[in-house]
Design a protein around this ligand. Structure first.
Ligand code: MG
Length: 334
C-alpha cells in the first residue's frame, strides 16, 4: 500500500551548498530559500552553525537565518554541532535543529572529529538544552548502508544509533545512504529491522543518486510505509567521495516520481525549477536533476517556437537560433 502523501525535507541550502566549491552570496541564498517556500516546500534545512573555518560555504549562517522571515506552516531548521552552535542558532531565530552522527566510527571521526559514542554524549547535552528552549530536534544517521572507510554497515548498528538519538529527544531520524550505493533490497532489510522497534513515522530516508539507485530506493521505502524523504533542489551538492558523480537525490526528480505515482507532495514542480535556477545562475553551471534539465529544455524549445512564429523566416533562421540558450547548452563539468 502506497501513502497518499509524502513529506519532503529540503536539504539543498545546507547539505547541497556545503558540498559546492563556490561560496554562494547570502542574498542569493535568501532568494533561493524564499523561492523554495514559494514552490510549496514546508521543511527546509537552511544552514549549519558550524565554524566558518570548517565549512566556509555556510559561514553566513547567522546572517542568513536572521534574514529569513517566518512563514505560516513552514519550518526552517539548521544543523548544529555543539552547544555553542545551538546558542547561535537560537539567537538567529531557529526553532528546529538537526544533529549529525553516523553508524560508523571512522566516518564520524573524519567528518566531525568524534567517535559515534562521543558524538552522542555531546549531543545529549545539546539536545537537553534545545528541548528546554522549546527547539525541536531531527537526528541524522549517516552511513546507514555503507561507510566509505569501513565498508558495509550492519542494520543492527543503525538501529542502535537511531534508538540512542530518539532517546536524546529527537522526533525524527533521517537515515542516510552517504555514498549512494544502496539497492532497494538493502532498504527493505534495514526498514524491516527498524520498524520492530521504531514507529515508521519517526523515520526519514536520505538517498544519494551516485549509483543511480536513489528513486528505486525511494519506492522501496514508500512500499514499506516510509512517508518522509530528504532531497536537494536541483540535486545540489555532488558527492564528496566520488568527485563529479551525483550526490543528493534531486527534489525535482523526487517530486516528479511522487506526482506521477499519484502521491501528494504540495510542491509545484515548475516553481521548484525556478528556485533551482537561482542557484544555477550563481554557480554558473547546470545542476544534475533530470527533471530540471527536462523543464529547462522544454521552456527553451517553447521560446524558440514562439520566436520562430513571430519573426520573419530570415530573422528566425538567423539571429534567434544563434542566441538560443538551448542551442549552446554547455556540457556539465565533470
Ligand atoms: Mg546528503
Amino acid at each position: 500500500m502506497l501513502p497518499d502523501s509524502v513529506r519532503i525535507v529540503e536539504v539543498g541550502p545546507r547539505d547541497g551548498l556545503q558540498n559546492e566549491a563556490t561560496i554562494v552570496p547570502t542574498p542569493s541564498k535568501i532568494e533561493f530559500v524564499n523561492a523554495l517556500v514559494d514552490a510549496g516546500l514546508t521543511e527546509i534545512e537552511v544552514t549549519s552553525f558550524v565554524s566558518p573555518r570548517h565549512i566556509p560555504q555556510l559561514g553566513d549562517a547567522a546572517e542568513l537565518a536572521g534574514a529569513l522571515s517566518p512563514r505560516e506552516g513552514v519550518r526552517l531548521s539548521a544543523l548544529v554541532p555543539n552547544a555553542r552552535g545551538l546558542e547561535r542558532a537560537r539567537e538567529a531565530g531557529i526553532r528546529r535543529i538537526a544533529l549529525f552522527t553516523a553508524a560508523s566510527d571512522t566516518f564520524t571521526e573524519k567528518n566531525i572529529g568524534m567517535t559515534v559514542a562521543r558524538s552522542l554524549t555531546v549531543f545529549g547535552e545539546v539536545a537537553h538544552l534545545a528541548l528546554e528552549m522549546g527547539i525541536s530536534i531531527r537526528g541524522y544517521v549517516s552511513t546507514a548502508f555503507e561507510c566509505p572507510f569501513e565498508g558495509a554497515v550492519s542494520p543492527q548498528r543503525v538501529l542502535e544509533v537511531t534508538e540512542q538519538l530518539l532517546a536524546l529527544g529527537a522526533d525524527e531520524i533521517s537515515l542516510g545512504d552517504t555514498i549512494g550505493v544502496a539497492a532497494p533490497t538493502e532498504v527493505e532489510r534495514l526498514i524491516e529491522l527498524l520498524r520492530r522497534r521504531v514507529p515508521l513515522g519517526r523515520l526519514a530516508l536520505h538517498f544519494h543518486d551516485t549509483s543511480g539507485t536513489a528513486l528505486a530506493n525511494v519506492v522501496a521505502g514508500l512500499s514499506l510505509g516510509i512517508t518522509t524523504f530528504d532531497a536537494s533542489a536541483g540535486g545540489l551538492g555532488g558527492c564528496p567521495y566520488a568527485p563529479g558523480a551525483a550526490g543528493n537525490l534531486a527534489t525535482e526528480d523526487l517530486v516528479y516520481l511522487l506526482q506521477r505515482m499519484g502521491i501528494h507532495t504540495g510542491v509545484d514542480l515548475g516553481r521548484l525549477a525556478q528556485a533551482s535556477a537561482i542557484i544555477e545562475r550563481t554557480l554558473g553551471r547546470r545542476l544534475p536533476s533530470r527533471q530540471l534539465q527536462r523543464l529547462g529544455a522544454a521552456s527553451a524549445a517553447e521560446t524558440r517556437n514562439r520566436s520562430a512564429t513571430r519573426g520573419t523566416s530570415r530573422e528566425a533562421g538567423g539571429g534567434d537560433v544563434a542566441g538560443d540558450p538551448a542551442a549552446g547548452t554547455p556540457t556539465r563539468p565533470r
